[in-house]
Design a binder for this molecule. Structure first.
Ligand code: ADP
Ligand code: MG
Length: 677
C-alpha cells in the first residue's frame, strides 16, 4: 500500500506527478481518495425522456462528429448521438482532442445538463466509451471525485478499479472483535463499496465502516499520547502550596468563584503528581482564567522552576505581561516578555537570562516554542487561546522537558469536537462568570441608525466609560465593500466624535505605535478605540462598556462572541451594537442569535449548525486533524462507538501495538513520530 502510484498499470511518471497535486502519492492514498459524491446511474433514461435543464445520464451511439472554427480562438466540437428514441447534440468548446478519440459507431455513456432549443443539446458533457461488458457503468452507482482538469473522472475510476481488482494487499486494520461487536464491513469490502457501491445500502455500510475506522484510529492515537504522559513517572513533582502561593491568593482583589476554585484544585493536584500534567482549561471569555494561570505559574516558581506562558498574538502577550507583572513583581518574581518583534540584542539577552535561570516567568508569542529558547528548568507551560495549536505543537512543548502543560481556551467547543481536538488532555471547565457581571445587552441595527449609535457612545464617554468600534478591514478596498478602520477613524474624528479622544489600532501598524495606542486606552486617556479584530483576544479594559461592530455580517458567531467578550468586564452595564445592512435572512438569523444569548457554548453549537465544521473551525487553524471521511457533527453516533472501542483497545497493549503501522500511515503527520517505536 505504500508503493508509489507511478508503478500502477496506466499511470507512469507524468500522471503520477499530476496525482500528487490531489495529495495522492501511494496506492494506499488512492484507495482513501474517497468520492465526493455518487451518481446513481442505475436508472438510465432514453433520449426522448430527457428533461430540459436537468442533469441527466443516458446512453447513445455516435452518429457523426464535426468541428468548426467560427472565429479565432474558438474551436467547437460537435458529436451527434442517438438511441432508438431520438438524437442529441453534444458540444465542446476548445477541446480539439475530443474528435480524435471518439469515432462514429462508438457507444457512449453521457452525463450533463440538457438544453432544449430547436434541438436537444448538452454542453461540455462527461462522456465514457462503453466497450467491455464488465465496464458498463450504467446500471451502476458511479463515484464522482474531487479532481482537477488534468486528471479525469474516468482515469481515476479506472485506476482505482484496477487496484481494487488486482491488489491483494488490502488487509484488515481493525481488531476482529471490534468488527464483530459493531457489525462493520471488512476493509476490502468497504473500500470496494465506497468507490463502486453494489447498492445504496452497501454504500451506507461502507461509509459507516470507514468513518468508524478513521475516528477509531484518531482516538487510539490521542488516548495513547494521554496514556504515555500519564505513565511517564519521571515528570517533575511540585510540593504542596507554600507561602508564596498563599500570599498571592490573599492579595487578590476578589475571592475566587467556586468554579475557579474547583479547576485550581484540579490543576494543583496534577502539578503535585509526578506524572506530567496535560490539562485543558475551558472557560468562556471573562470567566477568569488568567488568575488561575498566574497561580499555577507562581506555584512552579515557588518550587524553583521556570514557567512559560504562550499566546497567539503580541497584543495578548503584552496584556498578560502587564497583568502578571503587576501581580508577581512585588513578590520578587522576575517576569520577561519575549515576542518575535524584540530587537536582536534584546532577544539574545532575554534568551541568555532564561537559559541561566535569571528569569522566572516568560510570556511570549509562538517565538517561545522556537528551538532557540532554552530554559534552565522549565516546570510549567501555559498556552492561552489554545485553539490555534494542534496536537503536534503540544507534543513539541513537551520535548522541552517533563513539564506540566496547561492549555487554556475561551472558544467553547461542543463535546465531540473537544474530544477530537483535545482527546489527549484532561479537561477542566469554568462555567460561571465572576459575580456582579451584568449581561451584555446586544442590538442589531441598520446603518441608518448610525448617527444615534454614535451619540450613544458620546453619552457613555461623558459618563466616564470607554468604547470600541470594530471594523472588518484595515484599509479601504476596491474589491470588498466594507468599513475600513483607517477610513472610519478619519471620518469620526471630523464628525460624530470630534470632541472625544480616539485611537486607532490595526494589524498593519508598527508594534511600537500599536502599543502606544493600547497603553492610552488602558490608562483611560483614549476613550474610543477604533480597531480591527486585533483586539479579538485577551484585551482587558473593564471600564469599556460599548462595542460597535461595523459590517457585523462579515463575522462568524464565534468571532462576534470573542469580540463582545472585550466588554462587560467591569461592574457597569455594557452594550454591543451590531451594525449591518445585510438583509439576507440567514445573516439576520445569525445576528439575532447574538441578541438572545451571552452563552459561548450555545453560540458555538449554533455556529456549528449554521456553518458546518469546516467553516467554523477552519480546521487546520484550530488544530483539528485532517479528516478524510468522518464528519464530526453528523457522525456523532459512530464517534462515540469508536471512542468506546478505542478505550478498550488501549487497555490491551498488544492490541494497540498491532495498530501502530496503520496509525503511522493515517495520522503520522498529526502525531509526529511518536508511533515509530
Ligand atoms: P478570561 O477567562 O477571558 O481570560 P480574565 O482572566 O481576563 O478572563 O478575567 C476577566 C476579568 O475578571 C479580569 O478583569 C479579572 O481580574 C476579573 N476576575 C477574575 N476572577 C474574578 C473573580 N473571582 N471575581 C471578580 N473578578 C474576577
Ligand atoms: Mg484570557
Amino acid at each position: 500500500m505504500d508503493d508509489n502510484i507511478q508503478y500502477i498499470k496506466g499511470v507512469g511518471p507524468r500522471k503520477a506527478s499530476l496525482l500528487t497535486k490531489l495529495g495522492v502519492f501511494t496506492i494506499g492514498h488512492l484507495l482513501e481518495y474517497y468520492p465526493r459524491r455518487h451518481e446513481d446511474r442505475s436508472h438510465l433514461k432514453t433520449i426522448n425522456n430527457l428533461i430540459d435543464g436537468q442533469l441527466e445520464t443516458f446512453k447513445g451511439k455516435i452518429v457523426k462528429c464535426f468541428e468548426s472554427k467560427p472565429r479565432r480562438g474558438l474551436h467547437i466540437t460537435k458529436i451527434t448521438v442517438s438511441d432508438f428514441t431520438g438524437m442529441v447534440q453534444l458540444v465542446w468548446f476548445n477541446q480539439p482532442h475530443i474528435k480524435k478519440t471518439y469515432k462514429p459507431g462508438f457507444d457512449l455513456l453521457i452525463t450533463g445538463k440538457v438544453k432544449k432549443t430547436y434541438q436537444m443539446e448538452v454542453q461540455n458533457p462527461e462522456i465514457e466509451i462503453i466497450t467491455d461488458v464488465d465496464k458498463l457503468e450504467f446500471g451502476a452507482i458511479v463515484p464522482v471525485y474531487a479532481t482537477n482538469e488534468s486528471i479525469s473522472q474516468r482515469f481515476l475510476r479506472n485506476i482505482i478499479r484496477h487496484i481494487l481488482n488486482n491488489y491483494d494487499a488490502i488487509s484488515e486494520i481493525l481488531p476482529l472483535t471490534i468488527i464483530e461487536r459493531f457489525s462493520l464491513l471488512d476493509r476490502k469490502l468497504a473500500l470496494e463499496n465506497i468507490h463502486f457501491p453494489q447498492s445504496m445500502a452497501m454504500l451506507k455500510q461502507a461509509r459507516r465502516r470507514l468513518v468508524f475506522e478513521e475516528l477509531y484510529l484518531l482516538q487510539c492515537g490521542l488516548l495513547y499520547i494521554k496514556k504515555q504522559n500519564r505513565s511517564n513517572t519521571v515528570g517533575l513533582k511540585h510540593e504542596a502550596d507554600g507561602r508564596l502561593v498563599k500570599q498571592v491568593k490573599e492579595q487578590l482583589p476578589f475571592t475566587l468563584t467556586d468554579d475557579q476554585q474547583k479547576v485550581l484544585s484540579e490543576i494543583t493536584l496534577d502539578m503535585e503528581d509526578v506524572k506530567p500534567m496535560q490539562r485543558l482549561l475551558q472557560g468562556d471569555v471573562g470567566s477568569g482564567k488568567t488568575v488561575i494561570a498566574a497561580l499555577a505559574l507562581v506555584k512552579t516558581v515557588e518550587n524553583g522552576y521556570q514557567g512559560a506562558m504562550m499566546v497567539p498574538t503580541e497584543i495578548l502577550a503584552e496584556q498578560h505581561y502587564s497583568t502578571l507583572s503587576n501581580m508577581l513583581l512585588p513578590l520578587g518574581i522576575k517576569v520577561r516578555l519575549l515576542t518575535g518583534k524584540l530587537p536582536r540584542r534584546a532577544r539574545e539577552q532575554a534568551l541568555e537570562e532564561i537559559k541561566c535561570g535569571l528569569v522566572d516567568v516568560v510570556i511570549g508569542t509562538h517565538a517561545l516554542i522556537q528551538d532557540s529558547v532554552e530554559f534552565q528548568y522549565l516546570g510549567l507551560v501555559v498556552t492561552d487561546e489554545q485553539h490555534r495549536f494542534g496536537v503536534r505543537q503540544r507534543a513539541k512543548l513537551q520535548e522541552k522537558g517533563n513539564t506540566d502543560v496547561l492549555v487554556m481556551t475561551a472558544t467553547p467547543i461542543p463535546r465531540t469536537m473537544a474530544l477530537t481536538v483535545y482527546g489527549d488532555l484532561d479537561v477542566s471547565t469554568i462555567k460561571q462568570l465572576p459575580p456582579g457581571r451584568k449581561l451584555i445587552k446586544t442590538y442589531v441595527r441598520g446603518s441608518d441608525r448610525r448617527q444615534l449609535v454614535y451619540e450613544f457612545i458620546e453619552k457613555e464617554v461623558k459618563n466616564g466609560r470607554q468604547a470600541y468600534v470594530v471594523c472588518p478591514l484595515v484599509e479601504e478596498s476596491e474589491k470588498i465593500n466594507a468599513q475600513s478602520a483607517v477610513e472610519l477613524y478619519d471620518e469620526l474624528l471630523q464628525t460624530e466624535l470630534e470632541n472625544i479622544s480616539c485611537g486607532l489600532v490595526h494589524g498593519k501598524m508598527k508594534s511600537a505605535d500599536k502599543e502606544l495606542v493600547m497603553d492610552g486606552f488602558y490608562r483611560g486617556e483614549i476613550k474610543v478605540l477604533v480597531a480591527t479584530t486585533v483586539i479579538e483576544v485577551g484585551v482587558n479594559v473593564p471600564n469599556a462598556t460599548v462595542m460597535i461592530i461595523e459590517n457585523a455580517e462579515r463575522f462568524g458567531l464565534a468571532q462576534l462572541h470573542q469580540l463582545r467578550g472585550r466588554i462587560g468586564r467591569g461592574g457597569h452595564q455594557s452594550y454591543c451594537i451590531l451594525l449591518s445592512d445585510n438583509k439576507n435572512p440567514e445573516t439576520q438569523e445569525r445576528l439575532t442569535i447574538m441578541t438572545k444569548t451571552n452563552d459561548g457554548f450555545v453560540l458555538a453549537e449554533e455556529d456549528l449548525k449554521i456553518r458546518g465544521p469546516g467553516q467554523f473551525f477552519g480546521t487546520k487553524q484550530h488544530g483539528l486533524p485532517d479528516l478524510k471521511i468522518a464528519d464530526i457533527i453528523n457522525d456523532i453516533d459512530v464517534f462515540f462507538e469508536a471512542r468506546q472501542a478505542a478505550e478498550e483497545t488501549l487497555a490491551t497493549p498488544e492490541k494497540f501495538d498491532n495498530l501502530r503501522p496503520a496509525l503511522r500511515v493515517r495520522f503520522g503527520q498529526e502525531f509526529g513520530m511518536i508511533f515509530c517505536s
